[in-house]
Design a protein. Structure first.
Length: 692
C-alpha cells in the first residue's frame, strides 16, 4: 500500500499540473490559477483589529536578495522580472515581495484549528489560560502519564476558563458568555513501553531523585537484554513486562525504541525466562518508559488494557468532547469501544462516578494521588461489567452511532491503513499520529500517507482530521522553530487538515504559549497565501466525475492513469453521498447560494446534529463561518472543524439577533451574511442580511 502511495501520487501530481498547463493555453498553469484565485473571496481583517507595521528600513528585502543573486534562475529573464514574479506568487498587491508579514496584536482567528497537549508546563490556571489566549481551540489530555485526578483538575480549569466577559454589543447573561473549547482525552492504548532505569549517577545537572536522571547511554554494538524482572534497568538490561511478546520474538527481528530514535536487532531468544538479547544498531540514549515497537510484526496483546477501559469511561463521565484511541487497527476496534461506552452510560456506575467528580470539584485534593472512591467505582465497572461481557462488546453491533463523545482513531499502524475506509465509516474524525506511524511503517512514505489521509477525510468522508507529532518540536527548548518545521506545519494547512497538534511543545516546553502563537502565525500566513484558495479548489475539482473528460482527447495516457487512481474514490464518494442524500443535497444548496448571492460570511444554527456543518466546512470557503447553538456540547465539538467559530446562544436570546451582533463584531461592515437554520441535518430556513 505504501509503494502505491508513492508511485501513484507522484505520477498523478505531474500529470495533473501538466493538464493545467495545457488548459491555460500558454504552456503554463499560471493563468488558470490566476482565474481560480481571482474568482474566490478572501477573508478581510477586521477594521477593529490593531496591527503592528514594520518600519520602512526593515522592508528593503528586494535589494538585499538581488545582491545575493538568489534570482539567478531560468524562468524570469531579468532581475526585475524575478521581483515581479515573486511579488505575484507570494503576495497580493500592494505588498512588496518578501516584505515582513504584518502581525496582528492580541488574539486573532485562523481557519485551521490548533490542538495543544496539556502537561507539566500547562497544568495550572495561568498556564492554561496563556495557551487559550494564544489560540488553542482543542485541549488534549494525555492519559499515558499522570493520575486521573490530575486530568480531572485540568479539565475543570478549562471549563472554568470558558466563561469570559462578553464583548460590548453582544447579548449575554450577566455580562458573561461561554467561549466553548473542546477537550480530547487521549488513552494510551497498547503502546508497549519498557520499564524504568536506575538513576544515572553520571547525569550532569540532574538530581538522582528526578525521573530525568533515569536513562542509559548506549553505543552501536552494545548488547542489551529485555526481560520481565521488575528490578530497575541498567546499561545492559531493562524490564519489558509482556512475556507473551518476548516469547514470540525471533532472531533477526528489529526492535524500534523511543519513536525510532534507537534500534536493536534480536540475536537470541530465551522462551523459558522469557528474555530477548539484542545488539544495538545506533548510538543513543534510552530513558524510562519509552515506547517499544516491532515494525510489521503482529503483536499478541489486547487492544484495550484495564487502564484503557477505565480511562475511556472516566473521559465519558467527565464530559470530554473527544476520545483519542491509540493504535487502532480496524473498524471493529471502534465498534468495540462504542459498546463499552454505551454499556457504561446505562450501567449503575455512571451516575456515582459523575457525582464523585462533582464532589471533588468543590474540594482540595492531591493531584498526584488517585482518589480511592473514584477508583473503586471504576474498578467495579471493569470487573462487574466489562470482563463478563468483554466478548460481547467485541462482536456485537452498537445500538447507536453517536455515543455522546466523538471517537478519534489515531492512525499509527499499517493494519489501520489497510482498513482505513472501514475505520472512517464509523469514526467521528481522525488523527494522523506521525510518530508511531513513522515507526510502524516506512518513514519515507509519511508525507504521501499524510496527504492521502487528509484527502480521504476532507473530500470523501467529510470528517475532521488532525495532523500531529513534532510540528514545532524544536520549540520545546528554542524560541524559534526550524525552517523545516515551519514548512511542515504550513504544508499540513495546504493539504487541507482541519487541525494541527502540539505535543511536547505545549506539554513540557519552555514557553507553551509562545509555541501556540508561533504556530498560529504559520497557519495565518499559509491561509493568506493567494494561492491557498486555488489549491483547495483544485483538490476538490480533481474528484469530480466530469473533470477528466476535458482532457481525454489531448492527454489520453495521463487521463487513463489519473482515472485509475481516482475511480475508487469516486465510487466511495458516490456511495457515501447516496447513503447521506440529505447532507449531500443540503451542502450543495448552501454552496450554490453562497456563490449566487455573493455571500461574504456564513452563520449556521443547529441544536441537534453537526454533520451538515462539517460537510459545509469541507468546501473550504475562506469566509467567516459562525455556528450558534443552545447545545454547548455541539459547540465544543465543532472546535475541531476547520474554520467554524462556535458560540452558545444565551438563554432567552433571539438567535437571529445574536447572530447579527456576532457578525457586527467579527465580520467586516457592509458584508452580506447568509444565515441557515438547521434541524436533523436539514435546512429549515435561510435568510440574508447585511452587517451594519
Amino acid at each position: 500500500m505504501n509503494t502505491l502511495f508513492v508511485a501513484a501520487f507522484g505520477q498523478m501530481a505531474l500529470a495533473f499540473w501538466a493538464m493545467l498547463a495545457l488548459a491555460s493555453g500558454d504552456g503554463s498553469s499560471h493563468s488558470l490559477l490566476q482565474q481560480f484565485s481571482g474568482s474566490l473571496g478572501f477573508l478581510q481583517r477586521s477594521n477593529s483589529q490593531p496591527e503592528r507595521r514594520y518600519s520602512s528600513e526593515n522592508t528593503s528585502y528586494q535589494q538585499r536578495n538581488i545582491r545575493r543573486n538568489i534570482y539567478e534562475i531560468d524562468a524570469p529573464a531579468t532581475q526585475q522580472d524575478a521581483v515581479d514574479f515573486f511579488s505575484h506568487v507570494l503576495y497580493s498587491v500592494p505588498n512588496m515581495a518578501f516584505a515582513p508579514v504584518e502581525v496582528p496584536e492580541g488574539p486573532f482567528t485562523t481557519f485551521t484549528k490548533q490542538v495543544s497537549t496539556m502537561g507539566p508546563a500547562t497544568s495550572d490556571s495561568a498556564s492554561i489560560k496563556s495557551v487559550m489566549d494564544a489560540g488553542t481551540d482543542v485541549y488534549r489530555i494525555n492519559f499515558s502519564h499522570g493520575t486521573r485526578t490530575s486530568k480531572l483538575a485540568i479539565a475543570r480549569i478549562i471549563r472554568q476558563l470558558e466563561t469570559q466577559p462578553a464583548p460590548a454589543g453582544v447579548t449575554s447573561a450577566g455580562h458573561y458568555m461561554v467561549n466553548p473549547k473542546a477537550i480530547l482525552g487521549d488513552i494510551q492504548g497498547p503502546k508497549l513501553r519498557i520499564g524504568r532505569f536506575q538513576p544515572n549517577v553520571d547525569a550532569v545537572g540532574k538530581g538522582l531523585g528526578n525521573s530525568d536522571a533515569e536513562f542509559v547511554e548506549l553505543k552501536k554494538g552494545d548488547e542489551f537484554t529485555f526481560d520481565t524482572s521488575d528490578i530497575k534497568g541498567c546499561k545492559t538490561r531493562v524490564q519489558f513486562k509482556f512475556p507473551e511478546i518476548l516469547r514470540s520474538m525471533e532472531v533477526g527481528n528489529v526492535i524500534s525504541l523511543d519513536d525510532g530514535n534507537l534500534t536493536m536487532r534480536v540475536i537470541s531468544v530465551d522462551t523459558n525466562a522469557p528474555s530477548v538479547k539484542t545488539v544495538v544498531l545506533n548510538d543513543g540514549i534510552l530513558s524510562s518508559r519509552k515506547g517499544f515497537a516491532v515494525p510489521n510484526i503482529a503483536i499478541p496483546v489486547d487492544l484495550f488494557s484495564e487502564k484503557d477501559v477505565k480511562d475511556a469511561v472516566f473521559c465519558y463521565a467527565l464530559g470530554l468532547d473527544f476520545l483519542g484511541i491509540s493504535f487502532i487497527q480496524r473498524m471493529q476496534d471502534l465498534l468495540y469501544m462504542k459498546n463499552i461506552l454505551l454499556d457504561f452510560a446505562n450501567s449503575a456506575y455512571y451516575q456515582p462516578l459523575c457525582a464523585r467528580m462533582n464532589e471533588l470539584d468543590g474540594t482540595v485534593f492531591k493531584h498526584d494521588e488517585e482518589d480511592p472512591e473514584m477508583e473503586d467505582i471504576l474498578d467495579g465497572f471493569y470487573k462487574e461489567r466489562f470482563l463478563p461481557y468483554k466478548h460481547i462488546f467485541m462482536t456485537k453491533m452498537p445500538e447507536k452511532d453517536d455515543v455522546g463523545i466523538g471517537l478519534i482513531p489515531k492512525i499509527e499502524k499499517q493494519p489501520a491503513l489497510d482498513d482505513i475506509n472501514g475505520i472512517l465509516n464509523v469514526a467521528d474524525g481522525m488523527m494522523i499520529a506521525r510518530g508511531d506511524l513513522g515507526v510502524e511503517t516506512e518513514i519515507t512514505n509519511l508525507p504521501v500517507i499524510q496527504k492521502r489521509l487528509v484527502q480521504l477525510c476532507r473530500l470523501v468522508y467529510r470528517k475532521p482530521v488532525i495532523v500531529a507529532t513534532q510540528m514545532l518540536e524544536s520549540m520545546r527548548t528554542s524560541p524559534m522553530p526550524t525552517r523545516a518545521e515551519t514548512t511542515d506545519c504550513a504544508n499540513a494547512v495546504y493539504d487541507g487538515a482541519d487541525a494541527v497538534m502540539l505535543s511536547a511543545e505545549s506539554a513540557t516546553g519552555l514557553n507553551p504559549a509562545h509555541a501556540v502563537r508561533t504556530q498560529r502565525l504559520i497557519l495565518m500566513n499559509a491561509e493568506n497565501d493567494p494561492y491557498f484558495n486555488a489549491e483547495q479548489l483544485l483538490k476538490e475539482t480533481l474528484l469530480n466525475v466530469n473533470f477528466l473528460d476535458k482532457f481525454r482527447a489531448t492527454r489520453p495516457r495521463e487521463v487513463a492513469m489519473i482515472k485509475s487512481l481516482v475511480e475508487p474514490e469516486l465510487k466511495v464518494i458516490s456511495g457515501w453521498n447516496a447513503r447521506h442524500p440529505v447532507l449531500h443535497i443540503s451542502t450543495e444548496m448552501i454552496a450554490e447560494q453562497i456563490a449566487n448571492e455573493d455571500i461574504d460570511a456564513l452563520v449556521m444554527q443547529a441544536d441537534d446534529h453537526i454533520e451538515l456543518l462539517q460537510w459545509v466546512a469541507t468546501k473550504r470557503f475562506t469566509l467567516p463561518f459562525i455556528f450558534i447553538t443552545h447545545n454547548i456540547n455541539l459547540a465544543r465539538r465543532m472546535q475541531l472543524t476547520w474554520s467554524v467559530k462556535p458560540f452558545v446562544i444565551p438563554r432567552g436570546a433571539d438567535p437571529a439577533t445574536f447572530a447579527n451582533e456576532l457578525c457586527n463584531l467579527y465580520v467586516t461592515p457592509k458584508s452580506k451574511v447568509l444565515m441557515v437554520k438547521c434541524a436533523e441535518n436539514e435546512i429549515k430556513s435561510t435568510m440574508i442580511f447585511e452587517v451594519q
